[in-house]
Design a protein around this ligand. Sequence first.
Ligand code: ZN
Ligand code: FE
Length: 260
Amino acid sequence: MHIHPIPAFEDNYIWLVIEGQNAAVIDPGQADPVIDYLEKHQLNLKAILLTHHHYDHIDGAQTLRERYACPVYGPKMREIDTISQAEGEGIDLSSEGLGQWQIITTPGHTLDHLAYFSSSSPPVLFCGDTLFGAGCGKLFEGTAEQMQDSLQKIRNLPDDTLIYCGHEYTEDNLRFASLAEPDNADIHQRVASSHAQRTQNQPTLPSTLALEKATNPFLRWDNAELLAQAEQHARHSLDTPAAIFAAVRAWKDAFDSRPQ
Ligand code: ZN
Ligand code: FE
């Protein structure tokens, strides 16, 4: 099984899971680049997995479903008819060689957001717009409490989990991460490595959960330096992981206005 990115729109990644001539697609916001890739490599699409209802993650799904007659899994949504998924349920694509996927509900960016986890070796997580390289999704629908709880679930996964996000935002996010934790050497190192990857037009993804835990301010609510910086910025003490997360999220929202 290998995983291939198809760039879409400005900065989205549509991810393809490929085994032999079979493929599954995650978050096809556009159909054309997926069809082009499948045809060029003579692949058969066997499943479509959706993380949440935003157009840039679902708009190609109907065209692909009709063309390849494959099932669409995802949250229940009005935009497209899905085989809807709930916490802890599984999607077994192993007969196609495409893995077994466990549903993790991750409300926050949207209320319906799901992540897909496979305990393969190494483990794999498709997290849509919940977690980004060195960042996390904006809170369009959920509360900070919900999002922090969702991120805690991701943080509990194995350290070597490969993290496949919905967007290429890592370099932008690291600008804020560097501000939030100026003395974090792992962040400095990631700034350099991400810049080198982007200069060569390479994705910065997948990352690993270990790298995110070391450099992503939205997974570091129990880090003393981040807490001190967040309290200084918020001008009051922050007593719970959710309060720390909320303050860091609000700080980043004020720092830049991009949709991430
Ligand atoms: Zn989104
Ligand atoms: Fe998105």
